[in-house]
Design a protein around this ligand. Structure first.
Ligand code: NIG
Ligand code: FE
Length: 415
């Protein structure tokens, strides 16, 4: 890391993703705030000004200049849905799925999430921190400067707290921001298989109060899906979360519609995530709400599904869409939000501009960040990514590669 001072990044294009805090809805998602031959002045870790190169040269004649000709400079990407703390990859499960066994069937047989649970319970905090730090470095290398991370592979009070402490420890390292989510209701742990109501009680009555009291999470999530948590169980957990000051979000309608989007809107959840099987009523409920629809097309690609969430219907209806990786060892092992943007454009009918807003400002809105992260507006923290292409549309277009060439976190060069 080099020390922060005033400097000016001079690029081929700058995207500011304007609009202040809060989500961009509907047509507002198309405004990336494109500045051709643009420049960003950074001072003491914050964005001071954005304008054309010539303009900022005359305004700050003595400032250090960083030549990023041939590059696009954007807000650091915000990945608002990951499960980045885990132990080992699940390669046996991958082979089964390649042979045609469905993801939820593997889960029914005690694999899937519960395989990661068994593995994580055996590991020390230090071990998990080391594994996760290395993975988060890769997240950063792909241009992401803020990342939400969920618990949910512990499923005992102690193991959930262990995961959340790992997230807290890693967030003290200044090169990336982590936003913690408690996901005790991720799977029914194997030992509670025949007494699931008891586990839901444990989550609602013991885990949530303990997590909230320790200040270890901002959000509370539930995997609501046939084969995971029912709508009634989800309500129970989210009511306890709200009572203890955790903000709800839901893994909703991932493979089958069970009213997850509607429930998220009812709870004024920060986001409803996945939505591969969202119903018409769900689309209407989300489009007319402040709940961000977070789409994770990388998961559906990796699981070999042939359907994708209806991004255009959500946006046309006035909804706010965010994009995230869902980075996890089961359903989405990618850390690359750029390829998620490619999928959004090719499979979900989003424009490159909408994809950028969804991966920056709307990701920040899904995390209720109110300090300007996800934008390059004056006053925002200087969380900045530079991509080695001269036109922002090339980021999703040249799919599959990592175009990120440099990253600044609060004005410090971290990549
Ligand atoms: O978002 N759907 C539930 N949770 C994750 C998968 C986690 C896992 O398989 O380990 C998801 O896809
Ligand atoms: Fe997830």
């Amino acid at each position: 890391m080099t020390k922060s001072r005033r400097f000016v990044l001079e690029a081929s294009q700058v995207l500011t993703c304007p609009g202040g805090t809060g989500a961009r809805h509907g047509r507002a998602m198309s405004d990336v705030g494109l500045v051709e031959e643009g420049a960003v002045a950074v001072s003491d870790g914050f964005v001071e000004a954005v304008g054309q190169r010539a303009e900022l040269r005359s305004r700050y004649p003595d400032a250090e200049r960083v030549d990023l000709s041939g590059h696009v400079v954007t807000p650091g990407l915000v990945d608002s849905h990951t499960h980045a703390v885990f132990g080992r990859w699940r390669l046996d499960e991958y082979e089964l799925r390649c042979a045609g066994v469905p993801y939820m069937e593997i889960a029914r047989e005690g694999g899937g999430i519960n395989a990661s649970v068994n593995d994580l319970r055996e590991r020390s905090e230090e071990d998990l921190a080391e594994l996760s730090r290395a993975r988060l470095r890769r997240v950063l290398e792909h241009g992401t400067t803020t990342v939400e991370v969920k618990s949910g592979y512990g499923l005992t009070l102690d193991d959930e707290l262990k995961m959340l402490r790992v997230i807290r420890e890693l967030s003290k390292e200044a090169w990336i921001d982590l936003v913690p989510t408690f996901l005790g209701a991720h799977a029914i742990p194997t030992e509670y298989r025949d007494r699931r109501a008891e586990y839901v009680d444990l989550v609602a009555e013991t885990m949530i109060p303990a997590v909230a009291k320790a200040g270890l999470a901002v959000f509370c999530d539930v995997f609501m899906e046939p084969g995971a948590y029912t709508p009634a169980e989800t309500k129970r957990v989210l009511e306890a979360a709200v009572e203890h000051g955790l903000v709800p979000r839901i893994h909703a309608d991932e493979f089958e519609s069970s009213g997850g989007a509607e429930l998220a809107a009812e709870f004024a959840a920060a986001s409803a995530d996945h939505l591969g099987a969202i119903s018409e009523a769900g689309i209407r409920a989300l489009a007319g709400s402040n709940t961000v629809a977070t789409l994770l097309p990388g998961t559906l690609l990796f699981l070999g599904k042939s359907y994708y969430p209806p991004a255009s219907a959500l946006i046309d209806g006035g909804g706010a869409v965010a994009l995230a990786t869902d980075f996890n060892p089961g359903s989405s092992p990618t850390v690359n939000l750029q390829i998620v943007m490619s999928l959004a454009c090719s499979q979900l009918g989003m424009s490159p501009a909408e994809a950028f807003v969804a991966a920056t400002a709307n990701g920040a809105a899904a995390l209720r960040l109110e300090d300007g992260r996800g934008t390059l507006e004056p006053g925002a923290p200087a969380d900045i990514a530079a991509f080695s292409v001269a036109d922002f549309r090339l980021v999703p277009y040249l799919y599959g590669s990592n175009h990120c060439a440099a990253v600044w976190k609060r004005g410090l060069r971290v990549r």
